[in-house]
Design a protein around this ligand. Structure first.
Ligand code: HEC
Ligand code: HEC
Length: 317
């Protein structure tokens, strides 16, 4: 009897220690955003549990990838360049062709995409329900078990926190500093009639959120038809969502197909789009004639683009 009592007391103390650790853990406040962050880095959301959202949207590179096309589950090669997911909060639609209308709608698509995480959303939700930790966290945040809806809500809530507004450009805009002469010249060119960048890259995140054709479709060897995929309207062939340019210095390679490795190559292209790709179709009127930018003017624009890098990424730029 005595030994039984001792064992009982021993068990009790072990449980209370365990209970205490659990209690200590649970004092960290859990929110939709924190849960979303955990899910963003969660590999069980991919078929073979090898990939998470950050595999292609790497925080080190301003939440973009460093290759033209990312590798999905089973080594499958994607068909578009993974863009940065910073400063997504105010976008009216997502993806290069704008096929998702909200971050919530967008968030489930890479999970199911056969070229990305390749896991049916129902299976992803099932895995979360079978995982005690997630079950507990979802109840804490949503007062219900994991569902497709609250999974996407949590991911979107985290993504909404990924705003970057602490760059040299912001310091200049807030009258805290002056730009260097080269950056100043680049800014004047960027917003002026000669380079025309501001025609499409305007607003706080340097995108007007429109779909435009900069000549990267010619139906022979560059064949992603962009916005047309969604609308099936001939006028949209070769149009892509204008990307924001914050942190662009750390998100190489560039364009929907990662065709340009450096900003120098991007500027060289813009200077004369028709000079590089033969017969681009449906190119925007702003880019039909060569811009006639000198080498120094191109370098100045790049100096300006580098002021858009958030200070936390400065070391990578
Ligand atoms: C295997 C690589 C890969 C993985 C994994 C991945 N993505 Fe992406 N992501 C991409 C690519 C490629 C695109 C662009 C596709 C397009 O435009 O058609 C993209 C686009 C996006 C966009 C839209 C960006 C914009 O500018 O409109 C968001 C937001 C996003 N992904 C979030 C996520 C989330 C959340 C996850 C995890 C649930 C995730 N991604 C997992 C490759 C990936
Ligand atoms: C007619 C509209 C338009 C004009 C003018 C324009 N852009 Fe763009 N820009 C776009 C579109 C659309 C894309 C995406 C194209 C794609 O992915 O195929 C883009 C992409 C880019 C990218 C690549 C971003 C990334 O993350 O891959 C950079 C850098 C860029 N533009 C800089 C500039 C600069 C600098 C100028 C001025 C010399 C300029 N743009 C003028 C519409 C425009």
């Amino acid at each position: 009897m005595k030994t039984i009592t001792t064992i009982f007391i021993l068990c009790l103390s072990i449980f209370s220690i365990l209970g205490f650790t659990n209690f200590a853990k649970s004092t960290i406040p859990i929110s939709k955003t924190i849960l979303g962050k955990k899910l963003f880095f969660e590999k069980i959301l991919s078929k073979d549990s090898t990939l998470n959202c950050a595999s292609c949207h790497n925080p080190k590179f301003a939440f973009a990838d460093t290759v033209a096309f990312s590798i999905g589950v089973g080594g499958k090669l994607g068909n578009r360049n993974a863009p940065s997911v910073l400063n997504m909060k105010n976008r009216p639609y997502y993806f290069y062709d704008g096929r998702a209308a909200s971050l919530e709608e967008q968030a489930l698509m890479p999970i199911a995409n056969p070229l990305e995480m390749n896991l049916a959303v129902a299976d992803a939700v099932d895995r979360l329900n079978k995982n005690k930790e997630y079950l507990n966290l979802f109840y804490k945040v949503f007062k219900q078990k994991p569902t497709a809806q609250n999974l996407s809500a949590a991911l979107a809530a985290y993504e909404e926190t990924l705003e970057t507004v602490n760059s040299k450009y912001d310091d200049w805009a807030n009258d805290k500093i002056k730009l260097s002469p080269a950056e100043e010249r680049g800014k004047t060119l960027f917003t002026g009639d000669k380079a025309k960048c501001f025609d499409c890259h305007f607003g706080p995140d340097f995108t007007g959120d429109e779909f435009k054709n900069i000549g990267l479709f010619n139906s022979t060897f560059i064949t992603d038809s962009g916005r047309y995929d969604k609308t099936k309207s001939i006028a949209d062939i070769g149009k892509f969502k204008v990307p924001g340019l914050r942190n662009v210095a750390v998100t190489a390679p560039y364009m929907h197909n990662g065709i340009f490795k450096t900003l120098e190559e991007v500027l060289h292209y813009y200077n004369n789009p028709n000079g590089i790709f033969i017969h681009p179709q449906n190119i925007d009127p702003a880019l039909q004639k060569p811009l006639g930018l000198t080498k120094r003017e191109q370098t100045d624009i790049i100096s300006f683009l580098k002021t858009l890098t958030d200070k936390k990424y400065k070391k990578n730029a």
